[in-house]
Design a protein around this ligand. Structure first.
Ligand SMILES: NC(=O)c1ccc[n+]([C@@H]2O[C@H](COP(=O)([O-])OP(=O)(O)OC[C@H]3O[C@@H](n4cnc5c(N)ncnc54)[C@H](OP(=O)(O)O)[C@@H]3O)[C@@H](O)[C@H]2O)c1
Length: 322
């Protein structure tokens, strides 16, 4: 047995209940992880609320870090005692111990603590595919990244600056704006006070940007399309404000735009794809990308953590200590 969070219905944070959970057998290709830190991600809110429905009852949580304490016979390249992290798979990382397929594990470099890894693996791998695969950003370009003071946002901001990109970021208040500036954001727009589309067009002398990374969704989708230059790409990678309304494909024609709705699942579908995302992330950290852990909660206090993330009260990354 272990302890952790189960949901029996979708709804408000209170549906997450702490209690004993049966641990499955460690299969021949699995490991048993004694978890130390769990990452908090916006997808956990979609799962808990039911905007991404789960088969109930269900565990919740998509990322954690810990030490391998047992392994199956066919697991060769992971040893007992290794420090590992994982992202995605089936929801269920809000637990003290977890059985997980060895194939999905990421071995952690020594310079990356359990806290840093749990704060940034899912978010950092997301930034890695967004800026290297979804739209390969080049030095000298100007891009728009929404919710720049959030977990994904502050990692993206620093990484884009390393590449030599001019970053336009949006935020909802003044303290998030100063934080984003501290992390290198060149132009911060408070989208509660200003029309972000108009500001992006002004900043780019009427040209627009080649790519918008939009994790906000419903509230920004239409404006994001208007910020693009000819042949621009809208990467609509999240829905913090709700899912965007359906968009007629003819909207894309006047500027020959590209619209994509990417997800981390396909980008981490096998070990090679995952390693190819993780290795530039670890390099960016070596080069000085710092992981902002701004909120730390006990795993048992995850109700409070969800309330704060959903209410836009957090900045940077949040972790749950086991
Ligand atoms: N597709 C993928 O592979 C993938 C992977 C990871 C994350 N994501 C997405 O990336 C986005 C950021 O994730 P994160 O975990 O780093 O979260 P986060 O950015 O730390 O938090 C979400 C932010 O979205 C903004 N927001 C705008 N409208 C909102 C609303 N109505 N309710 C709540 N927040 C709102 C808030 O910033 P302001 O207050 O500044 O507006 C809030 O802080 C999410 O949409 C998430 O689903 C996608």
């Amino acid at each position: 047995m272990t302890n952790g969070i189960i949901i029996r219905e979708h709804g408000d944070p209170e549906v997450m209940k702490w209690g004993p959970i049966e641990l499955p057998e460690v299969g021949s290709k699995d490991v048993l992880i004694k978890q130390s830190v769990v990452g908090l991600n916006f997808i956990d809110i979609y799962h808990r609320s039911g905007s991404y429905p789960l088969k109930l009852p269900s565990g919740i949580g998509m990322e954690a870090v810990g030490k391998v304490v047992a392994k199956g016979d066919l697991v060769k390249d992971i040893k007992i005692g290794d420090r590992v992290g994982y992202v995605m798979g089936s929801p269920g990382s809000y637990v003290e111990q977890r059985v997980f397929p060895a194939e999905g594990l990421i071995k952690l470099p020594e310079n990356i603590s359990d806290e840093i890894a749990a704060a940034m693996l899912l978010k950092g791998l997301t930034v890695s595919y967004l800026i290297n695969r979804t739209y390969k950003v080049k030095s000298g370009e100007t891009v728009l990244f929404h919710a720049i003071a959030g977990g994904v946002g502050l990692i993206a901001c620093q990484w884009l600056k390393q590449i030599g990109v001019t970053v336009i970021g949006t935020v909802s208040n003044g303290s998030k704006a100063s934080l984003a500036k501290d992390y290198g954001c060149d132009h911060v727009i408070n989208y509660n006070e200003e029309d972000f589309t108009q500001r992006v067009i002004e900043i780019t002398d009427g040209k627009g940007v080649p790519v918008v990374y939009d994790g906000v969704g419903k509230d920004t989708f239409e404006g994001s399309l208007k910020c693009l230059s000819n042949f621009g790409t809208l990467a609509s990678f999240g829905a913090a404000s709700g899912s965007p309304e359906p968009c007629p494909i003819s909207f894309l024609a006047p500027k020959s735009l590209y619209l994509t709705r990417p997800g981390l699942g396909p980008h981490t579908a096998d070990q090679k794809l995952t390693e190819d995302l993780a290795s530039p992330l670890f390099k960016a950290i070596e080069k000085g990308l710092s992981i902002p852990i701004n909120q730390t909660y006990e795993l048992k206090d995850v109700v409070k953590a969800h309330e704060e993330l959903a209410a836009r009260k957090t900045v940077g990354c949040s972790i749950l200590k086991v």
